[in-house]
Design a protein around this ligand. Structure first.
Ligand code: PMV
Length: 317
């Protein structure tokens, strides 16, 4: 029995578009911050019979279990073993809120399953394995800032030597209509949005300057690049047919609050994933003030604050 823990990450430069769905290869790189508060702990036990999944205390079947089986099949194939698994996973944050839980889930599962089946793997290899479960999970193998490559062996690597410490305040919007999942959203965007090629160019142009701004500790520059990248991703998704619109009224409200705070001198900037929640990044000493401000809307259910998280690791077994 092996237990591993991993934290979700939020991308500053976003991944939105696959080069290969079968291999789950991104069409461009990305850059993220792993967050301590968004933690998943997963136990893998080798068992007789069929694969089983327990999520936050409840047995789960159907599509989520099939996705786990497909993923563990990769580890079984790589080791020539055939045991079934009982996967027991707990999120320290609301799964239903759609807060990048697949990133922490597949990073923790990759690390736990590799150890349980005796697969010797470097952190690069674990990142490649995690990517096959969920693209963003490749980045959660590493702590703090991570950058993702876009080759045939797409994997993340840690960005070392950055002094800037950022945390996040996440304005969790009250649930609206169920958001379109990332794979479906990405494929619809790639197939139908007239802006998709320009979006991929935008990512390729943003990655280097974003890393430079991080290294320089230049939050104003980061704000321009990160917010521009996020809005370009959503503009691309909105231009798909039918259009994909993740924003809710509380999303627009929170964007405006972040921009007003910044205009007033607070070093803060936002991003938004495939859902309605606004993630505000700021140096740790400013997070409480940002969180208090973002709590002031009736459709914001809660604000989660978090410092940087560490990489995925085995905690037992
Ligand atoms: O890894 P996935 O399939 O959950 O896709 C992640 C997509 C975004 O969260 C919107 C962007 C990103 O880079 O994390």
């Amino acid at each position: 029995m092996v237990t591993a823990t991993a934290c979700a990450n939020i991308a500053l430069i976003k991944y939105w578009g696959k080069r290969s769905v079968a291999e789950n290869l991104p069409a461009a790189g990305s850059l993220s911050l792993t967050l301590d508060a968004l933690r998943t702990t997963t136990t893998v036990e080798l068992v007789e019979g069929a694969d089983r999944l327990t999520l936050d205390g409840d047995p789960v079947e159907g599509k989520p279990l099939a996705r786990i089986t497909r993923f563990v099949d990769l580890v079984r194939a790589a080791t020539g073993r055939s045991e079934s698994v009982q996967v027991t996973s707990k999120n320290a944050f609301p799964t239903a809120a759609g807060l990048a839980s697949s990133a922490s889930a597949f990073a923790a599962l990759a690390v736990a399953a590799a150890r349980a089946f005796g697969l010797e793997a470097s952190s690069k290899e674990l990142s490649i394995l995690a990517r096959k479960g969920s693209g963003s999970a490749a980045r959660s193998i590493f702590g703090r800032f991570a950058r993702m490559t876009d080759g045939d062996d797409a994997h993340a690597f840690p960005l070392e030597g950055i002094d800037l410490t950022l945390g996040a305040a996440i304005a969790v919007a009250k649930a609206g209509p169920k958001a379109i999942g990332s794979t479906e959203g990405m494929e619809r965007t790639r197939e139908t949005s007239p802006y998709h090629a320009a979006w991929i160019d935008t990512v390729n142009r943003d990655l280097g300057p974003a890393e430079q701004a991080l290294r320089a500790g230049d939050v104003d520059r980061l704000a321009q690049i990160v917010e521009g990248n996020c809005l370009a991703m959503h503009a691309n998704a909105m231009a798909a047919r039918p259009g994909i619109l993740y924003f809710r009224p509380a999303t627009l409200w929170a964007i405006e609050e972040v921009r007003q705070l910044r205009a007033g001198g607070t070093p803060v900037f936002f991003t938004i994933d495939a859902g309605p929640h606004v993630v505000a990044f700021a140096p740790l000493e400013h997070l409480e003030a940002v969180a208090t401000r973002l709590a002031g809307h009736p459709d914001v259910a809660e604000v989660i604050t978090s410092g940087p998280g560490e990489g995925a690791r085995v905690v037992e077994g």
